[in-house]
Structures are given as structure tokens and as C-alpha cells.
Ligand binder design. Structure first.
Ligand code: FHN
Length: 587
């Protein structure tokens, strides 16, 4: 179950007995999330029989940028032939310590390996299916076990990826329509006889797991809950990612994954991670050498952490067990930067003031870490948006040498040194008087233009939560009671009449639920209309409102009555000039 992020961790006399109890039953969400909040950067590994093909099957090639681990499906390779090919997997150069060591020197704190990808092959010794690396190949070693042990030795949190629905090898698994008739599949049998039992093996045979990374969703919420329950029963502290559930339903799991290689436009209220890969594919392809540069990876990491997320970065090992030299080289250089600047990443939180033209920021305790991508031409770094008093500034790399600061019209100015610049990102540490706080922000209006109010510029109250949906979009959900509110602080510069246009999705269960829109002292009420599907957003016109005064105005939406379902998946509120060209003339 996803909880709204909370930074408070209070100690009480009840805490120890509660924790003991929770170890046996189910740890409170905040405690289980603690490592995830702190660690920020993980290594993803896509490795399996597809790595042997390296993007080519009988002369047909997976184009660069496409996913080489999908080769069986892309070319409809018959199970019989793919299985024969898989017999050749013999990664004699595999050294688990090398993987854990690389993760460690890159500054990554957790590792997620594909225990079974969509091709159905297990990279561990499974008793449920003989189609695994120990029983099926000459290698006869349990890769997952060796990695789990190496990770433990090197202080990396070990986690597994498991494709719980998609399985092209199993006659009843999802996805293979070229060997098996979809109409004849018994998916429940697949869950009962392969997917859930294999999950049990992974949860019982490889020590404590940080998280299970499910992929490609499940048909029903009930089926997804079986996986969640199994994880929580066997390993109460283990996290479950959001892809455990049905993609088109309300998202389950302890945290959400953005779309592959996705980047959010701004802060979400839930925990999240974005899976990205170093080139264009996840599994190894010899046709894809389009590696990201170290600076690019570092800036992505900063961007993600500065927006409150985690970065899970993929490598695709070769079939012989080696890590592509190019990706190892990139990670080593990222590690150099992390050794010098990791303090600004681990355990930090999202930047409360968004982003700056010259870079990004993170915060921790009373410190603000400014990640400067571009050196200001005049040497003065201008930092707007913080209302906290700033006591000092210094480079993270030279903490003893204070940089001159002053405020001019509310904007902090830091005199940057001529030397000591890092081409990827130079980190300046500001020390604030207390927890860094942003200046209250008012949404301003352009000439004759509408207000566009959405999740990005909203404040949420109570249970209302800014969320990601699997369509790659963002919305506000989880609001049921009047105290669950969405609020915008706007500055009206053009009084006049505006059409109220609300865009949302709502399920049948929410039909008719009353909500209230508050424009300062004026209230407009509405009733939810269903849009059918979970995430099918539609635009609804709620009539007009007259905003007759210039100046600050608070606008909010809330459920009118307590109880029931989520009010709606809110996407945006638009206030369109009712008569274009007429704004600002009424006073
Ligand atoms: O289909 C997979 C893909 O092969 C890869 O595993 C990625 C990683 O996030 N997940 C799936 C698609 O979203």
C-alpha cells in the first residue's frame, strides 16, 4: 500500500515493542521505506539467454534503441529453438564480486537482477522449473545466489526482478501467442504452478531481499495482492514495486516506477524510482553502443533525486559473464563524482523550490546542496525561491573556504570561485538557519491568458496525493474526505469572467460524488461524472466564475462529504477567459 511521503520519524516509548511486533507482522510503511529513501541509486541487471543472441537471430537484428531481451518475442522464436539456444549459456567469466564491486564503486547502494525475465528462464536454481541456469546449462552455478552473497559482503542491498505475468516459455504464461493458443491458456494454473512458487523460492532461498521488482503488471488486483501478500508474509521488510498490479488500475506496491527511462516533471507525493538504461536496450545488444556519458548519468541522478526519486540504472552483461567495458567505464567515472559529492545525494530530499536555470538542488537537514551545471558568466550564482535565512556557502569539495554571499531583492547571490569546477556538476553547500523553506509561491497570469492549475503547481492536504499513472501521466488521487484537498495560490492580475474547466478521470463507483470548488469566498459545487476507465481523462465544463478583484486568491477543490471511493483522478483545472479579449477591463 502506498503511503504519502513523510519525513517525520518520531521516537516514542512504544517504538521498540512496536518494531519487534512489526518484524513479525508487517513493518510500518515509513520504517520499511527508510533505506529506499536514503540510498537513491541502484544497479539494474538484465541478463539471461537473450544475452547470448546479443540482438541477432538468424540474421535478423534488433535495431539499436530497441530491447534486445525481447528478441524471442520480436522474432517469434519457437520455444523449442529458444530452449536449445539457452543451453549454450555458459558465463565462465562471471565473477559476482566484480558486479557488486562495480555497483559499490559507482556509488550504487542496491542491486536488482533479473531472476526471471519474460523468456521464462530462471537465472537461479529453481526446483519449480528445470529451465534454469543450474539444471539447463553447462554452467551449473546459481548466479542469483552468488550475487546475493557478493552483495552482502560488499554492503550492497540485494533485490530481484521477477516477471510474474509475462512468460513466453510456459504454455499458460502471458505473451507467447506463436507457440500457444491464447484461448487455451490457464493463467491461474501458471500462477499456481510456476509464478507464485518461484516467488516463494526467491523469498526463502536468498536471504533478506531489499525489494521485489515485478514487471508488466497483472490482470487483476486480486492476483497482484497474492504476490504482495506472499512477499509481506515471507519477508515483511521487503518492498514491492508498483508494477506488481494491473497497469490500468489504481497502482499498488510500496512505491511507483515511472515508465522506462521516464523522468517526472516535478515532485510527486509518493515514493518513486525511475528505471533507466545506460544505452537503449536492457539486455545486451552488440548493435547498441550508444552509451550515456558519465556527466549525463550524473546529471540525471541529480535531477531524479532533486525531484524526490531513486535512480535504477541498468547494465546488460555479455553472455560470457563480463560487463561491457564501456558501461563499466561510465560507472567508474560516476563513482568518482559520487565519492566527492555523494553527501549531496544520499539521504537527501527533493528541492523545495523546483529547478534553476543553472542547475538543480537537493536538501538535507539545514543544508541546501546546489548542483551547478553551468558556470555563471559573471561568477555570481543567483539562487531565488528560498525564504530561509542563509548563514554560509562553500563548495562541498572545499568546506573550509566560505564563499561570499549577499541578498539582493530577496535573491541570494553566491560569489563563485574561479577554480574548482566540476564539468558534470559542482556542488555548493548552503547552510540555512533551520530547515530550508521555499518562499510561498503564487501562480501568476499572462495577458488575457487562462490559469492552468495542475498537480505540478498544487499543494495537497490530508490524504490527497500527487501520483504517477502507468500511462506516463500525473494526477491527484486518494482523496475521499473534505480534509483531503488540493490548493493553488494564484495572483489574479486580470479580473473578469472565467469558464471553469475540470479535467479528470473517474470510475463508476465515484459517479455523483459531490465536490466543492472554492475561489476565495465563492463556492461552486459539482458532482462527479464517470469517465468509465480508470485513467480515461475527460474535460468537464462547470459554468463560469467571476473573479472581480486583482490580487492574491486561494483556489481549492475538496470532496463535499466524507467516505466512499477516491473522488476522482484529477488532472487539471483550467480557468479560461469567458470572453476572450475582455479580461482586465472590469474593476
Ligand atoms: O519489458 C520489460 C523490459 O524488457 C525491461 O525489463 C523493462 C525494465 O523496466 N521493463 C519492461 C517494460 O516496461
Amino acid at each position: 500500500m502506498i503511503r504519502k511521503k513523510s519525513s517525520a520519524f518520531r521516537f516514542s516509548a512504544f517504538r521498540i515493542p512496536i518494531l519487534l511486533w512489526a518484524c513479525l507482522i508487517h513493518l510500518p510503511a515509513e520504517d520499511r521505506m527508510e533505506w529506499f529513501k536514503n540510498d537513491k541509486f541502484g544497479m539494474f541487471i538484465h541478463w539471461g539467454p537473450y544475452s547470448l543472441l546479443a540482438g541477432e537471430w538468424k540474421g535478423q537484428k534488433i535495431p539499436p534503441g530497441d530491447e534486445a531481451e525481447w528478441i524471442m518475442q520480436r522474432f517469434n522464436i519457437p520455444v523449442k529453438e529458444y530452449r536449445e539456444m539457452a543451453r549454450g549459456l555458459n558465463p565462465v567469466k562471471f565473477d559476482a564480486n566484480r558486479f557488486a564491486g562495480l555497483a559499490r564503486s559507482a556509488g550504487m547502494k542496491y542491486m536488482v537482477i533479473t531472476a526471471k525475465h519474460h523468456d521464462g528462464f530462471a537465472m537461479y536454481h529453481s526446483e519449480v522449473s528445470g529451465y534454469n541456469i543450474v539444471d539447463w546449462t553447462p554452467f551449473r552455478r546459481d548466479v542469483v545466489k552468488e550475487l546475493s552473497e557478493a552483495c552482502r559482503r560488499q554492503g550492497i542491498r540485494f533485490c530481484v526482478y521477477y516477471s510474474h505475468r509475462e512468460d513466453w516459455d510456459d504454455p499458460d504464461g502471458y505473451g507467447n501467442h506463436w507457440d500457444y493458443d491464447p484461448a487455451k491458456k490457464d493463467f491461474e494454473k501458471y500462477l499456481r504452478e510456476k509464478s507464485l512458487p518461484q516467488m516463494r523460492e526467491l523469498l526463502t532461498g536468498y536471504g533478506p531481499l531489499g525489494l521485489i521488482w515485478f514487471d508488466r503488471g497483472m490482470y487483476t488486483t486480486e492476483q497482484a495482492n497474492r504476490f504482495m501478500d506472499l512477499v509481506h508474509k515471507l519477508q515483511p521488510a521487503c518492498l514491492v514495486n508498483g508494477r506488481v498490479g494491473n497497469y490500468a488500475h489504481d497502482l499498488l506496491g510500496d512505491y511507483q516506477n515511472l515508465n522506462d527511462n521516464g523522468m517526472p516533471t516535478g515532485g510527486l507525493d509518493e515514493y518513486w524510482e525511475t528505471p533507466q538504461t545506460l544505452n537503449g536496450t536492457w539486455g545486451f545488444s552488440r548493435f547498441d553502443q550508444d552509451w550515456k556519458t558519465p556527466a549525463n548519468v550524473i546529471r540525471r541522478l541529480i535531477e531524479i533525486v532533486g525531484k524526490g526519486g531513486n535512480y535504477l540504472l541498468n547494465i546488460g552483461p555479455l553472455a560470457d559473464g563480463t560487463i561491457p567495458a564501456a558501461s563499466a567505464a561510465v560507472l567508474e567515472q560516476v563513482g568518482d563524482w559520487m565519492r566527492r559529492n555523494g553527501e549531496s545525494i544520499y539521504g537527501s530530499s527533493a528541492c523545495p523550490v523546483g529547478q534553476f536555470p543553472w542547475g538543480r538542488c537537493t536538501v538535507k537537514g539545514d543544508r541546501i546542496f546546489l548542483h551547478v551545471f553551468e558556470r555563471p558568466a559573471d561568477g555570481i550564482l543567483r539562487v531565488g525561491g528560498f525564504r530561509s535565512e542563509i548563514l554560509s556557502a562553500a563548495l562541498l569539495s572545499a568546506p573550509a573556504r566560505e564563499l561570499p554571499i549577499r541578498r539582493e531583492q530577496g535573491v541570494l547571490q553566491v560569489q563563485m570561485p574561479a577554480q574548482g569546477w566540476d564539468p558534470a556538476a559542482t556542488v555548493v553547500v548552503l547552510r540555512a538557519a533551520g530547515k530550508p523553506e521555499a518562499e510561498p509561491h503564487r501562480i501568476t497570469q499572462g495577458s488575457d491568458s487562462p490559469f492552468h492549475l495542475d498537480y505540478l503547481n498544487a499543494e495537497t492536504r490530508g490524504g490527497a496525493m500527487k501520483r504517477f499513472n502507468r500511462d506516463g501521466r500525473f494526477h491527484i488521487g486518494r482523496w475521499k474526505n473534505p480534509e483531503d484537498q488540493v490548493l493553488w495560490r494564484v495572483q489574479v492580475s486580470q479580473p473578469g469572467s472565467y469558464r471553469i474547466q475540470l479535467r479528470y478521470a473517474a470510475r463508476r463507483q465515484s459517479e455523483g460524488r459531490k465536490f466543492l470548488l472554492q475561489f476565495g469566498e465563492q463556492t461552486v459545487s459539482g458532482a462527479v461524472k464517470t469517465t468509465g476507465e480508470w485513467y480515461r481523462y475527460q474535460l468537464f465544463d462547470l459554468g463560469t466564475i467571476r473573479l472581480s478583484a486583482r490580487g492574491p486568491l486561494d483556489i481549492s477543490i475538496r470532496p463535499a462529504e466524507a467516505g466512499g471511493e477516491n473522488l476522482m483522478f484529477f488532472e487539471s483545472l483550467r480557468l479560461e477567459p469567458a470572453i476572450p479579449g475582455q479580461l482586465g477591463r472590469i474593476d
